[in-house]
Design a protein around this ligand. Structure first.
Ligand SMILES: Nc1ncnc2c1ncn2[C@@H]1O[C@H](COP(=O)(O)OP(=O)(O)OP(=O)(O)O)[C@@H](O)[C@H]1O
Length: 283
């Protein structure tokens, strides 16, 4: 049984100029211990698909699907209360902007201990002990001391480590990482990716890596879903995708990698890919 199963997901937003379909019939599965990358340019509906699956979209979003299950449980029909028990515990998510994801008014120690109190019911001493262990696991130096810091006293990379510690606090079965390194310095990006891959292997988690970066896909993924304008263009294991891409859009994404630059300029996706070519290649 797949951990997360999505069939024919459609998300429409009510906007001032009428309904806008951000996700248009996307299907995918993630299995236990598997790394699935969802790749596509900005606005292709990667984040919205995952936020819809987790029930985290605003009320202006209309979400429908033929199937949306986590570990065999129907996420669409469950109550908000039941869903809250799963989100943050069995499914965790980390976002692009670690500093903005943390609450500036509370110490990072309070924020991780709150998750441990809410989901695991640990007492004060056990919470502190576990928080220190988690900070150690994500490579935060002087963890006991760091628990007393506020987000603004930490760097972006350290804040992302805190976010990752919070995400893995309850041993989730599935971690969704939404562009987890995009907002960080290049040198820190690699460290955070390595950390995520180590934790994924140590904890045996399923991992969904949302990215627009084919380099990140190559380094992390077992399987890849390519999205464009709310549609799934292609799905393949990572080697097949790089060696034998089926859709024109995937080919354009790969051709735009720096390795494929000719002369002193890079080709752009729009030069390589004409929108109407997708008709027929998609679905
Ligand atoms: N609350 C909202 N109301 C209306 N439209 C929205 C809302 N949230 C997202 N969208 C639109 O849905 C589309 C898909 O957005 P989404 O954030 O999923 O893209 P993405 O592929 O994850 O790109 P990025 O990497 O920039 O986050 C975009 O056109 C976006 O403007």
């Amino acid at each position: 049984m797949a951990l997360l199963e999505i069939e024919n997901l459609v998300v429409e937003f009510e906007t001032a100029s009428g309904p806008f379909r951000a996700v248009n019939g996307v299907s995918m599965k993630v299995h236990e211990g598997e790394v699935l990358a969802i790749v596509g340019e900005s606005g292709s509906g990667k984040s919205v698909s995952m936020l819809a699956a987790m029930g985290l979209l605003p009320w202006t979003a209309k979400v429908t699907a033929d199937k949306l299950t986590f570990n065999g449980r129907d996420l669409l029909s469950m109550s908000a209360n039941e869903r809250r028990k799963i989100i943050g515990k069995e499914i965790a998510m980390i976002f692009q902007e670690p500093v903005a994801s943390l609450n500036p008014c509370f110490t990072v120690g309070f924020q991780i201990e709150e998750v441990l109190r809410m989901h695991l019911g640990l007492d004060r001493a056990a919470r502190r002990k576990r928080a220190i262990e988690l900070f150690e696991a994500v490579g935060i130096a002087d963890p006991a001391e760091r628990l007393g810091s506020y987000p603004h006293q930490m760097s972006g990379g350290q804040c992302q480590r805190v976010m990752i510690a919070i995400a893995i606090a309850c041993n989730p079965k599935l971690l969704i990482a939404d562009e987890p390194t995009t907002a960080l310095d290049v040198t820190i990006q690699k460290q955070i990716l390595d950390l995520l891959m180590k934790l994924q292997a140590d904890y045996g988690m399923g991992l969904i890596m949302i990215t627009h970066n084919m380099g990140v896909v190559a380094e992390t993924a077992d399987r890849v879903v390519v999205q464009y304008k709310g549609r799934k263009m292609e799905e393949a294991d990572v080697l097949t995708l790089f060696e034998n891409p089926k859709s024109n859009y995937t080919r354009a994404l790969l051709a735009a990698l720096p390795d494929n630059a000719t002369g002193d300029r890079l080709p752009t996706i729009s030069e390589l890919f004409v929108d109407d070519q997708i008709e027929g290649a998609a679905r």
